[in-house]
Design a protein around this ligand. Structure first.
Ligand code: CA
Length: 436
């Protein structure tokens, strides 16, 4: 699946794409929905290159362009990625190749594409897609054990965890783009030792470090997506913060799962890094011989061979005091998606094994990403062991859970020797005080 668009030697006529630390080199080409900041112009589809955004629709005017790439470029004349997502991998690949060729050093397409560039710093973003449905998974075994141990020390892992990728149907209306600022939620809490709940702002506000999985082509109702076909339905990946109110969650979650502890806000990054851009970062997926082996629809040799992705993920905290002092954010954790117990393909195959239909623009959260080592926990409830071990910050502040004014920043980057590293940009969200 590696092709000429992945070659590490490729350089762009957009010079900022060619530095070693660039998040958006020509090998990445992530999609977004953007407009000039502060304008009232309609949002439109863009592609990042270096520190700028290019309009893929401009490719349609190039003489001699591959007709399939042209069709895909015209699907970008829209305020969301849904039309492009629905076209499927043949057209996604053609568009990526045309973008790669047009943005390469020396390309005659420069004259057509360069006038469409705007700086990322001068853009504002909308959600990449019109999201019909949002499913949030629970698929990191390290997260499940670390959190489960707090509630059930003798039995941290539910018996189904090793047999199926757990998930629940989540809320779309409160999903916001990076930069989202949301009010601390109020709800029912059962204080320790109490017998009746109180109504109060959450005291245990947390984040969850997740990947956003964006569905491209869907499936017909009643027709499952086979494991080995699943990647053909995944358009790409971003970062996702599943903000969580742990005290509201602890009181409400049985028997039907989280509701108000999660549905007040979810933040996603503006960039969708395509599945094709991530091909060099595929890795083998393992299931130890003494663990339950996947049942039929969750098992394939291709999934074992290269079903996982090595995507580095980081969570950072910037408190209001740190921001006022001009301090750098504090890194809370760093891990990789390669540790996940289930692959994205297995999540998609499981989601549809009963015939459930996925649609272009559907969003799947990977579940909180925690790794096996110290410093790899993707939520404060794990890092602080349920609030018992505060995190000390460089400026003398400390945190068990999030305070008003706190900003949480996620970053992602995929790297492998012999290939250009590619970045995910940032997913940023800020906690505002509760309504009084
Ligand atoms: Ca979650």
């Amino acid at each position: 699946m590696i092709n000429e668009t992945h070659h590490s030697s490729l350089l762009s006529w957009v010079a900022s794409a060619n530095t070693p630390e660039a998040e958006f080199p020509i090998q990445n080409l992530p999609f977004c929905v953007f407009r000039n900041a502060g304008s009232s112009e309609p949002f439109r589809v863009g592609v990042a290159i270096g520190d700028a955004i290019v309009a893929p629709t401009a490719l349609g005017a190039l003489p001699g362009i591959d007709p399939i790439a042209r069709e895909a470029s015209l699907a970008c004349a829209a305020p969301s990625l849904n039309r492009l997502m629905a076209l499927g991998p043949l057209r996604w690949r053609a568009l990526r190749l045309a973008l790669s060729q047009g943005l390469r050093e020396g390309s005659p397409a420069r004259a057509t594409l360069e006038p469409t560039l705007i700086k990322i710093s001068q853009a504002e973003f909308d959600l990449p897609a019109r999201i019909g449905d949002f499913t949030d998974m629970y698929t990191s075994i390290d997260h499940a054990i670390n959190v489960g141990r707090l509630f059930r020390p003798d039995n941290p892992l539910m018996p189904n965890f090793k047999w199926l990728p757990c998930g629940y149907h989540a809320r779309v209306s409160s999903i916001g783009i990076s930069g989202q600022r949301f009010v601390r939620p109020t709800g029912q809490l059962m204080p320790p030792g109490a017998v009746t709940p109180i109504v109060a702002p959450t005291r245990r506000l947390d984040y969850e470090l997740e990947l956003a999985i964006w569905i491209g082509t869907g499936n017909a109702l009643g027709e499952p997506i086979a494991l080995d076909a699943a990647d053909q339905h995944v358009f790409g990946f971003g970062l996702l913060n599943d903000w969580s109110a742990r005290d509201i969650q602890a009181w409400e979650y049985q028997p039907l799962g989280p509701l108000l502890s999660k549905n007040f806000a979810t933040t996603v990054s503006p960039w969708v890094v395509t599945t094709e851009a991530l091909e060099p970062f595929r890795v083998a997926w393992h299931r130890a011989p003494d663990e339950p082996q996947p049942v039929g629809y969750l098992e394939s040799s291709a999934n074992r061979g290269q079903g996982a992705f090595d995507i580095g993920l980081e969570a950072w905290l910037l408190t209001e005091q740190m921001a006022a002092a001009g301090s750098r954010p504090h890194r809370l954790s760093a891990t990789s998606f390669r540790h996940n117990y289930w692959t994205v393909g297995q999540m998609v195959a499981h989601h549809t094994v009963n015939g459930c239909n996925l649609c272009p623009g559907d969003l799947i959260g990977s579940g909180t990403q925690s790794g096996p080592g110290p410093g790899e926990s993707g939520a404060l409830i794990e890092i602080t062991e349920g609030g018992k071990r505060p995190v000390a910050l460089e400026n003398g502040e400390s945190r068990t859970f999030l305070a008003d004014g706190d900003t949480v920043i996620f970053r992602g980057r995929a790297q492998r020797a012999g290939f250009r590293g590619i970045g995910f940009g940032e997913c940023v969200g800020t906690v505002l005080p509760a309504r009084s």
